[in-house]
Design a protein around this ligand. Sequence first.
Ligand code: SAM
Length: 376
Amino acid sequence: MGKSSKDKRDAYYRLAKEQGWRARSAFKLLQLDEEFNLFEGVTRVVDLCAAPGSWSQVLSRILIKGERVGRAAWEDKRYKEILRLRESRDADTQTIKPTEEQPPSTAPRQNVKIVAIDLQPMSPLEGITCLKADITHPSTIPILLQALDPEYDPAASSIEASHPVDLVLSDGAPDVTGLHDLDIYVQSQLLWAALNLALCVLKPGGKFVAKIFRGKDADLLYAQLKIVFESVTVAKPRSSRASSVEAFIVCTNFQPPKGFKASLDNPLGAARKLQSKPRTTRTQPYRKLRDDGINELELGSEDEGGEDDADDRWIAPFLACGDLSAFDADASHKLPEGHVSLDPVQPPTAPPYRRALEERKKQGGAYGKTKLGEVS
Ligand code: SAM
C-alpha cells in the first residue's frame, strides 16, 4: 500500500504526520485522556514500551510544555460549543443564561520527571529520559528509580522514595504473528511485566494505563486488577480499530494491600497469587493479607470451588472513548484537496524487522524469488 493510499485508508496515520506525532498511537492516549483526565495532578510518569515515542511526545507537550491537547483541547472545544449555543439562544430569547465556566488555562508544570523505556533505542525528546531496557527484567527497576531521582539509593531509600510514580503507561506489544491466541498470550506476558513493574514503583493513589488484547480470560485479569486499584475500566479509543482485539485498561487509585511488597524477582502471576477472602458479591472482589503475614494476593478461595468458579470473575465496565466527531479508524476518508503525503515524523530507529526488510529487498522485493525463511 502506497503512502498516499495509506493516508486515505487511515486518517490517524495521516493526522499523526500532519500534527508532528511519531506514531498514530498518540491519538489513543489523547482520546483516553479526554475521557479519563489522566494527567490531572501528575508530575512523575513512566512510559513503558515507548518507542518510537508518540506517547512520550504527548507527555512532553502536556506536562512539560503545557500545550492544550487531549483533555484540555476537548474542554476548549466544548466551551466554544457552549458559547455558540448560548449566543444563538440569547439571540432568540434575549434571556441571560447561566455562565459555563471557562476551562482553566494550562502552564508547564514544575518538577516534572518522565522516563521512557523500550527495548529499542529511541530518538531523544525534550524533557524525557529515555532508557533502553527490558521491562520484564528486575534490573530495570533500580535503573528507572535512579533516572527519576539521581539520589535514589536502593539500600537506604524509604518506601516513599521507591514508590514515587503517579502514572505508569504501557503500550507494549510484541511483534504480532497473526496467530491470535499466540499474540494474545505473548501480549498478556508483557502486560503482566508492566503491571508488576507498576506495582513496584507506583505511589498509593497512582494510575496504571496499559494496552491489552481482549482474550477469553481477560475478565480474570480485570478482577485481579480490581484488588489493587479502586477503579478498573476497559477503554477503546476511536483511533483504535474496531476490528482489532486491542483495548486499554485504565486503573486508578492504586491501593496496595497492607504489607504488600511487589518485586520483579518474584512477580505476581508466577509463584504468587492475589490473596482475598471469599467475596460476598460478584462485583466486589476484595483482599486480605494472610495471618502469617505472607505477602500473597489471591482471587476467590479453594472452598469456593477453585479457579473455575464463576464468582472469581469480575466484569470491568467497557467504555468507548474519544470525541464522537473524531475520525473512524476503520473507515476510508476522502483526502483534502491538494493533499500531499508526508513522510513519517520519526521512523523506528532499530526495528527488529529491519534485517528481514533488507533481506527481502536483496531478494527482489516482497515477492522475490527466494522465500525469507531460506535466506541464511
Ligand atoms: N507507545 C509507543 C508510541 O506511542 O510510539 C508505541 C509502542 S509500540 C506499539 C510497542 C513497543 O513495545 C515496541 O517499541 C517494542 O520494542 C516494545 N517492547 C516490546 N517488548 C518489550 C520489552 N520486553 N521491554 C521493553 N519494550 C518492549
